[in-house]
Design a protein around this ligand. Structure first.
Ligand SMILES: [Zn+2]
Length: 419
């Protein structure tokens, strides 16, 4: 299960570049002229050209605050475009340059902090957002994002302080209100949890959970870190990855999820480790659930919102266990009697509208589809498929490019394997 919480509102920037007064006295191109050329390019949306002009202006007028701000703005605008294509790695490089030329400006710091959050680089995000707030206390977007960063770092009390401040100043932020309520609900369940950790994971668990169980869980997760990372083309999300373990009742209370949900990933892995009667889950079941959720961590790290549901859940299933008898009979029935889904119906991020039975079928189909792709074409082709999706192609286009088939053909192949 993969339930992504809403990320904070995108930090959107609109700048006006400033003209410099003064005219050129000599025959040489003066900083003021480069600045004005930069402004024309900027206003026409040609941000790279604008950067080139502003850099020339900056070379001739290093101390000029207007030129610095304009160069900073142009780098921020490029970063904003790159972020829209989910190219956060290059976006952050432009923001580092922006901060270098205009270090007193909190705006690129907030923008960089929000991208680090998107990249799950939580401690880098905290560092940059705290810097922004030191420069300009009361900047509400910075406080909201810093709250998010603390929340991701599992520091719920600090997150609440930030969010309460923002909500007091601007009560109309309804998405933040929802996140705040969710965090408050979780905190009331998790406040006296203990913590432990390994190289890549931090785990919060209810008092009284026996040490051997915790150790086994960390062991499974550390194993998954290397194994799944390798199987998905060398993808290793930045640590720490937060894991919250509950008993069955606490899980329902904190997540408000039905009892049929085995575990979920909403930026943190959340998993119940007992069944409804309080008995510890069997070892194999615990392993299956943790590995399933960890696959979501890796997929999110690689594809963010670009993973179609069937691929995200199909990989999580296929890499955590083989098709079970119950799934095989569901598939057989759906493919024989009708009622199977089209893959295009299984693309949306969340299939909330589905009831429990259709949802089970959707999972089984996703599992069977990804298993078929893995078995027939191997792991490297899957890695290629994932990176093609990451480059921005739609799911069926990427399928055509990498696997040379349409959805209809793939559906037919899965059907004939299970009819
Ligand atoms: Zn899942």
């Amino acid at each position: 299960m993969d339930v992504r919480g809403n990320l904070p509102r995108a930090w959107f920037l609109a700048f006006a570049c400033l003209l410099l007064s003064g005219a050129s006295a000599s025959g040489q191109t003066e900083p003021v002229e480069y600045n004005n050329l930069g402004i024309s390019a900027y206003n026409a949306g040609r941000f790279k050209e604008a950067v080139a002009y502003f850099e020339k202006a900056y070379d001739g007028a290093r101390d000029n605050q207007t030129v610095r701000r304009n160069l900073c703005n142009a780098h921020q605008a490029i970063a904003n475009d790159l972020a829209k294509q989910s190219n956060f790695a290059d976006a952050t490089l432009h923001l580092s340059k922006a901060i270098g030329v205009d270090p007193e400006n909190p705006s690129p710091l907030v923008q960089l902090g929000s991208y680090y959050l998107r990249m799950d680089r939580v401690s880098d995000a905290v560092f940059r957002l705290e810097e922004a707030i030191e420069l300009r206390p009361g900047e509400l977007d910075a406080h909201e994002l810093l709250g998010e960063a603390y929340y991701r770092d599992n520091d719920l009390p600090s997150a609440r302080v930030q969010w309460e401040y923002v909500l007091a100043m601007d009560p109309k932020r309804s998405e933040l209100r929802e996140r705040y309520d969710k965090a408050f609900r979780e905190e009331s369940v998790e406040s006296d949890f203990n913590r432990a950790g390994s190289r890549h994971f931090k785990i919060s668990y209810p008092k009284g959970m026996p040490y051997p169980l915790r150790a086994r869980m960390l062991n499974v997760l550390e194993g998954a870190y290397w194994d799944i990372g390798k199987r998905l083309g060398g993808s290793y999300p930045p640590p720490p990855i937060q894991v919250i373990v509950y008993d069955a009742q606490q899980f329902t209370e904190a997540t408000q999820m039905d009892a049929n949900i085995g575990a979920l990933y909403d930026g943190k892995i959340r998993a119940p480790m007992t069944d409804g009667s309080g008995q510890p889950l069997p070892e194999e079941e615990m392993k299956r659930r943790l590995i399933h959720e960890y696959v979501h961590v890796v997929v999110r790290n690689q594809l963010a919102e670009k993973a179609p549901w069937w691929l995200n859940e199909g990989l999580a299933e296929a890499l955590s266990h083989s098709l079970e008898a119950s799934e095989l009979s569901l598939l057989h029935k759906a493919f024989t009697d009708g009622g199977a889904f089209h893959l295009s119906d299984l693309e949306a991020h969340q299939l909330k509208a589905l009831g429990a039975d259709p949802l089970r079928l959707a999972y089984a189909q996703a599992h069977a589809t990804v298993s078929l792709l893995l078995t027939r074409f191997g792991q490297p082709r899957m890695t290629q498929f994932v990176s093609t999706l990451a480059s921005g192609l739609k799911a069926e286009e990427a399928l055509a490019k990498v696997y040379h088939r349409t959805y209809a053909k793939l559906e037919e192949e899965v059907r004939s394997a299970h009819q």
